[in-house]
Design a protein around this ligand. Structure first.
Ligand SMILES: [Zn+2]
Length: 363
């Protein structure tokens, strides 16, 4: 379903040429490339290779292409050698450097040797056991860290209920993460001929606290002999890395095009002031517009919709302060919209929450 929605979103984007939300910054200039595992953590094991070695090679190649062909982008790696890096520090590197995009690169494994293909994850609630198991496998890395219990708020990587709690924390970059993930999968499918296992969601600790659009790429299965061979080949690594590079480039172009247009619009209007700032509670999205008095919304007050990233998004309430919106968020969730979250606007233009908080403070 998510895949279908995303497909429609992309088609709408191509047709109407409007996508990617407005960001405080108008260019994508910093990307963090995260090679999974390393050092004492080998990651998934194939018959004759380890995940940590393959993902490092693909990560370095991806970064190399970005630096070579996109001169205005700074590439930061979480590791460039075979060393252990704690999951929380990977995210910290991205946040501290104010990265615009975070890409974590991994290989999959299954108990059976038959599954194969590539998939890309964004943060969210898993739709099935298979997706949950991928997150469990990746999150198990914290069992090798000191004081993990405290550092991750008591998160237990082996307990399914921990994942439901994690997924309740909605992040405002989810749309953008989904778009980037879709572009990566499209490249894998069309240009590298990989089996497309789609864009999926699950609770990955490495994506949890990232404050920018973030994805986790599973290049393929080390448990499948044929795929293990491909993942270890120079040719395979070059193809996979260039696919991620091209997806990143497409994402950057789309983002910057949208922002240039926004900039021009802003030039003709007054400079930004904080009088138009408002918060709303977003509770629903759809690929088509539906009436605001739809019976599904009847328990909610002040329902409005806006078009953003190729989707119609529905909100309830208008608030001048985030604290007021938070109160309303609780009510909306209690009315059965458990996935609801807060979004902020300058007038009717969606802006990042970080920008809204600054505007609110300057009042
Ligand atoms: Zn991994």
């Amino acid at each position: 379903m998510l895949k279908r929605l995303l497909y429609i979103a992309i088609v709408l984007f191509l047709v109407f040429n409007c996508t990617v939300s407005i960001h405080a910054q108008d260019k994508i200039t910093t990307v963090v490339i995260d090679a999974g595992h390393g050092g004492k953590d080998p990651g998934a094991l194939g018959k004759h290779s380890k995940e940590k070695d393959i993902v490092l090679k693909v990560a370095l190649k991806t970064g190399y292409y970005i630096e070579k062909y996109l001169k205005d982008v700074k590439v930061i790696y979480t590791r460039k050698t075979d060393r252990f890096v704690e999951l929380k520090n990977r995210t910290k590197i991205a946040n501290n450097n104010k990265a615009d995009v975070f890409i974590s690169i991994h290989c999959n494994a299954s108990r059976s040797s038959s599954p194969y293909g590539a998939e890309t994850y964004i943060m969210g609630l898993h739709k099935d056991k298979a997706n949950l198991e991928v997150a469990m496998m990746e999150n198990a890395a914290i069992l090798l860290e000191d004081n993990a219990q405290d550092a991750y708020g008591g998160f237990n990587p082996n307990a399914p209920e921990s994942y439901i709690e994690l997924s309740l924390l909605k992040d405002e970059n989810q749309d953008q993460s989904a778009l980037l993930a879709y572009l990566v999968q499209e490249q894998f499918r069309k240009r590298v001929g990989r089996k497309d296992r789609g864009v999926n969601q699950a609770g990955f600790l490495v994506l949890w606290r990232a404050t920018m659009p973030s994805i986790l790429v599973e290049l393929g299965f080390l448990s499948n002999p044929k795929e293990e061979q491909f993942l270890n080949s120079e040719e395979g690594q070059v193809y996979l890395a260039s696919a991620i590079y091209r997806a990143f480039k497409e994402y950057k172009i789309a983002f910057e095009k949208e922002n240039t247009t926004q900039e021009e619009i802003q030039k003709t209007t007054a400079t930004q002031d904080n009088s138009r700032l408002n918060y709303r509670v977003q509770f629903y999205t759809n690929t088509v517009q539906i009436p605001l008095n739809d019976k599904r919304f009847k328990e909610l007050d002040d329902v409005t919709s806006y078009f953003h990233n190729g989707l119609y998004k529905f909100t309830s309430g208008h608030y001048l302060k985030q604290s007021e919106a938070e109160q309303h968020l609780k009510e909306v969730r209690n009315k059965g919209f458990g996935d609801a979250f807060i979004v902020s606007f300058d007038g009717d233009k969606r802006i990042p929450l970080s920008e809204a908080r600054k505007l609110e403070k300057s009042r």
